[in-house]
Design a protein around this ligand. Structure first.
Ligand SMILES: [Zn+2]
Length: 367
């Protein structure tokens, strides 16, 4: 996604800063765009958007202004030296010097909701729903995301209808994989991975941190690295809030109204949302980003990225006709995704995550 030309704050001027994304130990010279949220932009690419009400000032080394955001990855920060930029930040961020974890939660929430509602409305007036989805998703407060996640979870469960699988040794193996992946990827929100019995080889993520792994995927997988790769990919969608984009794009104004008035579990909007999560596709860019996230995470744990691509290609070839598989999304791209993942593959630098016995137990989690 690229930042929105000519619509960057009232003054039209952007700030200057240094950004650390919390993953790589790399300084990035960025522009700060004062849009619906504090947008962090590098060479025209939007790297992150921080809701103003979530921006906090960190203790300064010397006279520099250092910032973090409550919902951002651990270690992500912005450093500002320039006086104009500092003044703009002071002006836009109401809780800059705010409490660390917000004792006055209600007040903070109201402010965050107010800011998000204003952003929703502004972006809607300006760009219509599809364009809006990309702008809005990053600025939705975490509380909304969780609430939306609980509501969508109900819809998705009704649609899936299979039992939740938790054979003890399989569940233990899955918990081990989940912990290793999350430790390596520093997610904004903790994720929960649940296996559901289904013949469909699929996996997908919901807002608020839920990942579903369908047992059909375990059946199709030839190695644990294939399954681990898929889960790492889904964590990438969670981290990038891609499901929020889809929900907003699919739910449109009905969902927006529900969101703004705090009734996210209400009626028709949720049915649209449930369908969109199960059937609609992420954009190519979002897929590529989730694959890149998976490759980085797998590198951290010393495991290969290529098996994820191999599984995608195999399911595409076997499954041909179906276009409802969330992990595939866009079939012709599977070969290209495999090539990219193979190129990013750093090899097997560490032993397999699971022992053979644990991998067998995971495969049999529904038995
Ligand atoms: Zn995906």
């Amino acid at each position: 996604m690229t930042p929105q030309d000519g619509n960057s704050g009232e003054s039209g001027k952007n700030g200057k800063a240094t950004y650390f994304d919390g993953y790589a130990d790399r300084r990035r010279a960025v522009e700060l765009v004062f849009g619906p949220a504090l947008e962090i932009v590098e060479d025209g690419d939007l790297l992150a958007a921080w809701p103003y009400a979530e921006v906090r000032r960190l203790p300064p080394p010397g006279g520099m202004m250092r910032l973090k955001a409550l919902g951002a990855p651990k270690g992500a920060r912005v450093e500002v030296d320039d006086a104009w930029t500092r003044a703009e930040i002071q002006r836009h961020c109401p809780l800059l010097a705010g409490e660390r974890e917000a004792p006055n939660l209600e007040g903070r929430k109201r402010l965050a909701y107010g800011a998000a509602a204003a952003a929703l409305f502004g972006a809607f007036l300006w760009g219509g729903v599809p364009r809006m989805a990309g702008i809005i998703a990053p600025v939705i407060p975490v509380e909304w995301e969780k609430k939306l996640g609980e509501a969508t979870d109900e819809e998705v469960r009704k649609t899936l209808s299979g039992k939740s699988c938790a054979a003890p040794r399989g569940a233990e193996a899955l918990a081990k994989v989940s912990k290793r992946l999350q430790d390596a990827s520093h997610l904004r929100l903790p994720a929960t991975i649940e296996t559901i019995e289904s013949k469909t080889p699929n996996a997908f993520a919901l807002p608020g941190g839920k990942v579903y792994l369908l047992s059909g995927l375990l059946d199709k997988a030839r190695s644990q690295d294939e399954v681990i790769g898929v889960l790492a990919h889904e964590l990438g969608h969670l981290e990038h809030r891609d499901h929020m984009r889809r929900i907003i794009a699919a739910g449109g104004t009905a969902l927006l109204v529900s969101l703004v008035f705090g009734d996210v579990s209400g009626g028709a909007a949720m049915i649209v949302v449930g369908n969109s999560l199960l059937n609609a596709a992420h954009s190519r860019e979002n897929e590529a980003e989730a694959d890149a996230f998976a490759a980085r995470t797998l590198e951290q744990i010393g495991r290969p990225a290529k098996p994820l691509g191999e599984l995608l290609v195999r399911i595409t070839n076997e499954d041909g006709g179906s276009d409802t598989l969330a992990i595939l999304h866009d079939h012709p791209l599977s070969e290209a995704r495999l090539a990219k993942l193979a190129a990013e593959d750093k090899g097997m630098l560490a032993p397999a995550l699971l022992t053979d016995a644990e991998w067998k137990a995971l495969k049999a989690i529904c038995d």
